[in-house]
Every structure is written in structure tokens, then in C-alpha cells.
Design a protein around this ligand. Structure first.
Ligand code: GAL
Length: 430
């Protein structure tokens, strides 16, 4: 079944490429570029890895003499990869190119430190200024108009995953708000011996927190956390933490030992009712677990967030001192194309960032993608904290500790005071 699915996808991809016509078919491989090309990311398993490997395979057809080194470091949300990257950058040993989130993860760290090379020439030469949404271009551009990375996708953070047949068995519905979840869903599931919400290690708790914050505050006040118009010590933010505490009381106690995949799997198994995770979980359900969208797994906006799409984007940049810069530029020029994005995203669970990609093709992009695309193009858009869009890495790192302490002591006033201090120290709202 696994093979069949890959086969089907491969057939669709090949047919899609043929449809692109002579450009792809007639393109002679470039044999002049050679040497090692080290691609650094945190995609080491399942749909994520499959997507990356499919990209590398197509790239190698075009550049057969380039030796691609897949330098992926395991760990969800790049928790380990980002630390390894930092130490390599500090010892002047950057990879040829590396994965980095669009937004503050890129700008407040590597761009500010002068460690990235602008890519405006590439964007202009490829016609990409018209092929990427302006809001996304803004996230990868500095105040002087320099563009510093190439986006490969758009992911959604505020998604709640479940299995429809299980919900029906338990006689429950998808909760529309956190209040519904806490007063109806959670007690009913606990009475049935099911974990209401599956959560994993620290970063997945921050991921859950950002969905709770969006659900409790609404899009505007959530956005205000990052532009300084919502005070961290306000009553509303205090409510976010008290709601978050109640949600944690509905979660599995062994959470710190679980990866995001483990948590997602508990939902698929029927051990847990829901999990809140970005839509790389769609890639996991589709590719790793071979489940069908809408029956094997289903999705809804996380409680209270219907009408808002919390986005993030995986991008690749060109560090100063990149090894084999020419090959790195060829890689970046490739991954920004519609062709590359249609190879990558159906496996990854994300939407193509390049708007000329074939997203409306239902054979390539199934029901999950169609639903995400509708929301992406009609909803209010806000950025993810955990996945680098809205806050500097220094804030995020400190906030992981705030959440760890809060999970242990449930002290909302300490948590909001610490978050307020962090915001001040890291320049949020200034
Ligand atoms: C995110 C990243 C996704 C996915 C996820 C889980 O930060 O943007 O592409 O890799 O982490 O590791």
C-alpha cells in the first residue's frame, strides 16, 4: 500500500512534469557544476524527509556532477538543528545552504548578524517578485529591501487533528471553542478512558500555547503580542495561561517524553482524541501512516481560531562563506520554482509558496491541501511564534523555559511577568 501510494504520486508527478512540456524535457543536464553541496535541515523522517529527498533527486537529474550531502539533524521544529547550526556559524563553518523559518528566525538572528547573502538578483531573474505573496516576501526582506531566503512552502500551525470514526464512536463533536473543549469534550473523553488531547515535548507545548493564545485573544490581540499593543501582563494574557493550564490538565502526563509524531500517532490509534500540530502532521498521516484524508484522519482549526490561519514558512538561505556557493545558488534557484514546490509539498503536508504552482490540481494536492488552500486565501493571517515568524529566537528560547516552568508550577502571574521581561529584553514591540 505504501509503495502503491508512492507509485501513484510518482505517476502524477511525472504526468505533471510532462504537462509542463518541453522546458523540463528538453533541458540538458548541467554537467559543469560539481563539488559538494551541503544542505542543512531538520527533515529526517516520514513525509518531511520524503519531500526533501524527492527535491534532491530532481535536482541531481539537472546537476548530475554535484554531490549532495544531506546534512539533516533530527529533532522537531529544528530544536537540535538550530543549535548545531549556531555553533557551525560561530566557528565559520556554514553549510552551503540551510533551512530557516521566514520572519524573525531569519531576520532577527542571521540577517542582523550580517551572516546572509542577499538574493534579490535571483528573485528578479526568476520572476519570483510576482510569484510569491507580498506578505511572505515581507517576511524574508530586511528594512533595506534585501531578500535573504527562498521559501519552499506555507505551513499552518493552528490545526487540530482527529479521527472522525472515533469521535462518532465516543458520541462527540469537534469543539469550536476552548470552553466547549474544557466543559464538554475533555470530561467526556476522560470518562471514556481516552486522553482528550495528546501533547509532546516542550516545543510542542509552546506550539499548543500559541493556538490557545490565538483562540483566547483573537487574531488582533494575538498579533498585538508581537507589535507591543497587547501587554503580556494584561488580564487577557493571564486568561491565556489559565486556559492553557486547564488544557494541560486534559493532556497526557508523559508529554515530555513524546515527539510530535508520537502525539499524532496516539490520535490515529484512538488512544487520544485530538492533537494540535502544524500540518506537517498531514504529511505524517498521509506518508508515514498511509491514512486517507477525511476518513483516516481529519482536521479543524484549533478551538476559537476558525477564520484565522496561523502561518509559517520553511525557507533556505545562502550564508556568507557558503561552501560551493555556485551549487548552492543552483539549488536555491531550483527549490523556488513551481516545479520543485509541486514535487515537495504534496509529501510535506504544506502548501506551495510559489503561487504559480499547481495547487488547484486535486490529483496532486488532496482534500487536506484544498481545505488549507481555501483558508490560506480567505482567512486572516497571523504568524507562528514557535516556528520563527513573529518573535526573535532569543524570545522563543526563553519562552520555552517559561512554558516548562508554567507546566510545573501553574503560576500564571509569574509566567506573564517572565514573558513580559523577555519581550523587553528581546526588543518585541519596540
Ligand atoms: C517546523 C517546520 C516544519 C516541520 C516541523 C516539525 O518548524 O517548519 O517544516 O519540520 O517543524 O519538525
Amino acid at each position: 500500500m505504501f509503495k502503491m501510494r508512492y507509485l501513484k504520486l510518482a505517476v502524477v508527478l511525472v504526468v505533471g512534469m510532462l504537462a509542463l512540456g518541453a522546458v523540463v524535457i528538453a533541458q540538458e543536464p548541467n554537467t559543469e557544476l560539481s563539488g559538494d553541496l551541503e544542505i542543512f535541515s531538520w527533515w529526517t523522517g516520514g513525509g518531511e524527509e520524503a519531500g526533501l529527498l524527492a527535491l534532491i533527486e530532481r535536482f541531481q537529474e539537472q546537476y548530475p556532477n554535484v554531490n549532495v550531502i544531506n546534512a539533516a539533524v533530527a529533532g522537531g521544529s529544528g530544536v537540535n538543528a538550530r543549535a548545531v547550526l549556531t555553533s557551525r556559524m560561530l566557528s565559520n563553518d556554514p553549510p552551503s545552504t540551510f533551512q530557516v523559518h521566514a520572519g524573525q528566525a531569519l531576520n532577527a538572528l542571521w540577517v542582523r548578524a550580517g551572516r546572509m547573502q542577499p538574493l534579490n538578483d535571483m528573485f528578479e531573474a526568476n520572476g519570483w517578485m510576482e510569484q510569491y505573496p507580498q506578505g511572505l516576501l515581507d517576511l524574508i526582506t530586511d528594512s533595506e529591501g534585501n531578500i535573504y531566503s527562498v521559501p519552499v512552502n506555507i505551513h499552518r500551525s493552528n490545526v487540530m487533528w482527529y479521527v472522525p470514526g472515533k469521535l462518532a464512536e465516543w458520541g462527540l463533536e469537534v469543539p469550536g471553542t476552548w470552553e466547549d473543549f474544557l466543559t464538554t469534550t475533555c470530561p467526556a473523553m476522560q470518562a471514556a478512558g481516552v486522553t482528550p488531547i495528546a501533547v509532546g515535548e516542550n516545543w510542542t507545548q509552546v506550539h499548543l500555547w500559541e493556538s490557545v493564545a490565538l483562540g483566547v485573544l483573537g487574531a488582533e490581540a494575538y498579533q498585538g503580542l508581537w507589535d507591543g499593543t497587547t501587554s503580556w501582563t494584561s488580564e487577557e494574557v493571564n486568561n491565556v495561561f489559565t486556559t492553557f493550564a486547564a488544557v494541560l490538565d486534559c493532556a497526557n502526563e508523559d508529554r515530555n517524553a513524546l515527539s510530535w509524531q508520537d502525539a499524532a500517532q496516539r490520535v490515529a490509534n484512538g488512544e487520544a482524541g485530538f492533537t494540535i500540530m502544524g500540518d506537517w502532521a498531514a504529511g505524517y498521516y498521509l506518508i508515514d501512516l498511509e491514512l486517507e484524508p477525511e476518513t483516516g484522519f481529519a482536521w479543524a482549526a484549533s478551538p476559537g481560531t476558525s477564520g484565522t490561519f496561523m502561518m509559517l514558512s520553511d525557507t533556505f538561505g545562502l550564508p556568507v562563506g557558503a561552501k560551493n556557493e555556485e551549487a548552492a545558488r543552483a539549488w536555491l534557484s531550483f527549490i523556488g520554482t513551481a516545479e520543485a514546490q509541486d514535487i515537495f509539498n504534496p509529501l510535506k503536508g504544506s502548501l506551495p509558496a510559489n503561487i504559480t504552482a499547481d495547487i488547484t490540481n486535486g490529483d496532486l494536492y488532496n482534500a487536506y491541501f484544498q481545505s488549507a488552500y481555501t483558508d490560506w486565501t480567505t482567512n486572516a493571517i497571523v504568524g507562528s511564534l514557535q516556528h520563527g515568524a513573529v518573535a526573535p529566537p532569543a524570545f522563543l528560547d526563553g519562552f520555552g523555559n517559561v512554558i516548562a516552568s508554567f507546566a510545573a508550577n501553574r503560576d500564571a502571574s509569574q509566567a506573564t511577568a517572565n514573558a513580559a521581561t523577555l519581550a523587553l529584553q528581546t526588543g518585541i514591540g519596540q
